[in-house]
Design a protein around this ligand. Sequence first.
Ligand SMILES: *Cc1c(COP(=O)(O)O)cnc(C)c1O
Length: 434
Amino acid sequence: MYYYSTNNHNHQVSFREAVLNGLAPDGGLYMPSEIPKPDKFFIKSLQNLTFPEISLKIADKFVDAITPNDLQTIIEKTITFNAPLVSLSEQVAILELFHGPTLAFKDFGARFLANMMTYFNRDEDHEIIILVATSGDTGSAVAHAFYGCEGIKVGLLYPSGKVSKIQEQQLTTLGKNITAFEVEGTFDDCQNLVKNAFLDEDLRKKYILSSANSINIARLIPQSFYYFNAFARQEKADRPVIFSVPCGNFGNITAGIIASEMGLPVQLFYSALNSNKIFDDYLKTGKFVPKEAIRTLSNAMDVGNPSNFARISDIFNHQVEEIRTRIKSYSTSDDETLTIIQDVYNRHGYILDPHGAVGYAAWKNLHDGQSEAYTTIVLETAHPSKFIDVMPKELANEIAIPKRLQESLDKPKKSTLISSEFDQFKSELLNGLS
Ligand SMILES: *Cc1c(COP(=O)(O)O)cnc(C)c1O
């Protein structure tokens, strides 16, 4: 197994290099040389395995150059919380991905990556700098995953005024080896600053630069674990599933597509979008046209140029017709998001966060009533308490704020304000991070 760049299939590196590079030098994203196909008994045996056991079996197919014992240790350090499936009806179940330290699904990827990088860097004396552009949840998941890791420093970039108060507190209150940059611009500006840093010769000479965004292959691989686990935990054993995935940079859905290419019985994916509907337009027109991101209530999905599109396109040989057979999309307005949150609460007594609500909206609008044939699993990507300021008033009162979140709310914010021009960011980096 090797990893190639989506920009050039002849550029091939080891898993270790792909993890440490993050982005390929040519600007492409790393993909595994082949998508592994476990034997058919593996799918049958899933129900008898625990979540960490399933995770280890999947990871083992993608990762080489790590002994089985060390890989097991990494999995045990990563998968320390569950991803329960909560059934709402015969047709729909909610996959709760928010039981990690920062209450969002990104904890899975960030922790696997942090453990991998610490492992690969254990005998090196070079400093690794990790740069992360975040629209909210990536940053806090990465910061918490790398907090206190030896030989690794983290620079977080977030768009000023465009993340929630709670998200900002989670990003800016850790200290130690974590530096938060508050960028006067959009999330896409933050992503551009990171991309420019990776391509900058001066910075590349001084540091090992890496990324912890969903572009890093080690963020992606562990996200496939919970698709297998969810399939195994559904009430009607072995029923084919549809996954409705709230999409921003499309890392989460890409991990699901990889799981399905590995043989998981997935009938279809719903790409659930807010008003940032570049992918919806792509499915309709066959043209992928990035746009300025629009602000919405589900702000972790406010992405105008989803980076993992390169991987999806690569998996399906750049054939939009093929992609259309595997993925349907639906774009939800903020008004509909709020209506769904209220409606699901009234019907089922379940409180969705705005991202999960966009996922539910996709099911509601796209399903064709084949209730007997499939279970639709809506990925609930964050805990509603993170978005309490935009939730309907009466519901907000019902949401208990978990202790680990309350702790970060009580600490003072510390961030460095920078413009969206590259020069200022570059000199901050050359001066060194704390
Ligand atoms: C990041 C994020 C998303 C979008 O996930 P992608 O992998 O970027 O598509 C959805 N919901 C929440 C809560 C997130 O933090």
